[in-house]
Structures are given as structure tokens and as C-alpha cells.
Design a protein around this ligand. Structure first.
Ligand code: ADP
Ligand code: MG
Length: 288
């Protein structure tokens, strides 16, 4: 019953880890049992984000929600065949251990790795953050330089296509829901924004993704990382930091809008009426 959400795009710096962290906290706050897996062993941004959050909790004694965070290491075996087999086993075992989770959120590296491909093939939902630039668009589709027309899918779309094929062959019910979200949207470059929007809408129908509203370009995302906080932790009477500007409020609405667009299944405990509202904090877990 676990719903797997994969944050993927073979491009560094598009916002995968930032979006992953916000999705994780949003789901926890919605009362779900969530695990977060970081497959970017080089940058480890999501792991670092969670470590910062644990440190902030220890320092301030605040009652913040935390996901389970199992590690899935890449294989160091020499032969590619053996390494791939070991990685498949490792991910499979991790999924078995997380069978009681409502959601597993997987943050992928900005590169094509075997573990990332496996994660994509296990995905129920793929979320692809995309910087508002045609350099990033190029990983989704090729564009005719003369006419500006979309010619067809490219690197990352092909990889999602392969994941969809692999899933269909494995006999798992239902397809992969692919959602592309624009990130770091500028409040000034209206022409570029419009142009990019048109191209993405054109592409969405052709290669099978849905478009989410996306996140604006806001300094707050960079400032929250050292404390391990998300926009969803700000505000409210017990919040560690206040929501201070209109921009923060809008940013939080953007995150809520992304979660709504994902159209995810209800957490088990909620559909059985046991848990609801806020997710379990580390303190609840310790007390249990
Ligand atoms: N909406 C945003 N506004 C401003 N900065 C952002 C936004 N999203 C991400 N960033 C910043 O951009 C950089 C790359 O984001 P990150 O989530 O690490 O991308 P990825 O995981 O795809 O490599 C980080 O410095 C992050 O803080
Ligand atoms: Mg990252």
C-alpha cells in the first residue's frame, strides 16, 4: 500500500532536494507515516537537511515531525552485473522494511545512476522540478532552433518512458503519474515565463506529464536549510520561527498547491480514523 514518490531530473540544482524535503514535511504534517531516502550519495542534500533538522530539535527542544530515513548505499562490487543485482536487492529489502509507511519519498541524484533508474521504476508518482530555462527544458525535449517547435522527447523523458515500460512489464497495477513543476520562477521575466509555459503545455500532452504550478524564486528556501526547517514549519503559535513576509505566505501556498496537484492517496491511519492533523514527532516516537 506504500505510495512511492520519486523526485527526479538528471540535472543538478533544479530543486529536487528542496522539494523532497517540503513534500516529506507536508505529508508528515498531514498525519502520514513517511520515509525519506536520499539516493544522491555525493551531495547528500536531503540527508544533510534532515541532520540539520535533528540538530535543531536537540538544540531548541522543539516538537518537529521527522521521517524515517533509511540509507540505501550504492554497491561497490566490481562487476556491473553483480553491482546492479546487489543494488536491486538493497532497494527491495528497504521497501519491504518500509511496508508500513504510507509514503516513501526518494530524492534522486542529478545524474543517471542504476539506483535512480530503479527508484523511477518503483515510482507511483514522479515529481520533476525544472528551472525556468531552456537549458533545463532540453533534458525533457528537443526544440527546433529555427521554428521553436518541440521535436520530441530527450534524455530524461526517455528514462521516464523506460521506467513506465518496466513497471508495466512487472505487472504492478496502475501507471506512473508524472508531474513536472517549474521552480525558481522569476517575478520579473514575464516573457520567458510565458514562452516556457507554452512549450511545457505543448510537451505535457505529448510525453505524458501533468504540470504543477511550481515554486517562485525565494531566498527563504536557502535560509531554512541550516536549521532543517521548511516553510511548513513556520507560522502558527508554537512554530519555532514566524512567517514574516507576504512572500513566505505565498511560498507556503505554492507548496500546498503542489501537494494538492499530486493528488496522493489518503494515509492509512487517516482512512481508518486513528491519526490525523499533525504527524508524529520524534518525541511521540520516543514516548511510544
Ligand atoms: N524556489 C527556490 N528559490 C530559491 N532557491 C531555491 C529554490 N529551490 C531551490 N533553491 C536553491 O537552489 C539550489 C539547488 O536546489 P536543490 O534542491 O539542492 O536542487 P537539486 O537537489 O535538484 O540539486 C539550492 O541552493 C537551493 O537552496
Ligand atoms: Mg539534490
Amino acid at each position: 500500500m506504500t505510495h512511492v514518490i520519486v523526485l527526479g531530473n538528471e540535472k543538478g540544482g533544479s530543486g529536487k532536494s528542496t522539494a523532497a524535503m517540503h513534500v516529506v514535511v507536508a505529508l508528515l504534517k498531514g498525519g502520514a507515516k513517511v520515509a525519506a531516502i536520499d539516493l544522491d550519495m555525493r551531495q547528500r542534500s536531503l540527508s544533510r537537511y534532515l541532520e540539520n533538522r535533528r540538530a535543531f530539535i536537540d538544540l531548541t527542544n522543539s516538537d518537529l515531525v521527522l521521517p524515517e530515513a533509511p540509507r540505501v548505499e550504492p554497491s561497490s562490487l566490481d562487476s556491473r552485473e553483480n553491482a546492479w543485482r546487489e543494488e536491486s536487492e538493497r532497494l527491495g529489502e528497504t521497501f519491504s522494511r518500509l511496508a508500513d509507511c504510507d509514503f516513501v519519498v526518494i530524492d534522486c541524484p542529478g545524474a543517471d545512476t542504476h539506483l535512480s533508474r530503479l527508484a523511477h521504476a518503483h515510482a507511483d508518482t514522479i515529481v520533476t522540478p525544472l528551472n525556468d530555462s531552456f537549458v533545463d527544458f532540453d533534458l525533457l525535449a528537443r526544440i527546433d532552433p529555427e521554428t521553436g517547435q518541440v521535436l520530441g522527447p530527450s534524455l530524461y523523458s526517455e528514462m521516464v518512458w523506460q521506467a513506465r515500460k518496466r513497471r508495466a512489464m512487472s505487472g504492478v497495477k496502475g501507471g506512473i503519474d508524472w508531474v513536472v513543476m517549474r521552480n525558481r520562477l522569476s517575478s520579473t521575466r514575464a516573457n520567458n515565463k510565458k514562452h516556457m509555459g507554452e512549450k511545457l503545455e505543448d510537451l505535457a500532452g505529448r510525453i505524458g506529464f501533468r504540470l504543477a504550478r511550481g515554486f517562485g524564486d525565494r531566498v527563504i528556501y536557502r535560509e531554512l536549510f541550516p536549521k532543517g526547517l521548511t516553510l511548513l514549519d513556520l507560522g502558527g503559535k508554537d512554530a519555532p520561527i514566524r512567517l514574516s513576509t507576504m512572500s513566505h505566505v505565498t511560498a507556503r501556498l505554492e507548496i500546498r498547491s503542489l501537494i494538492a496537484t499530486l493528488n496522493l492517496p489518503k494515509p492509512m491511519a487517516q482512512s481508518h480514523g486513528e491519526r490525523g492533523g499533525e504527524g508524529k514527532s520524534d518525541r511521540d516516537v520516543a514516548a511510544a
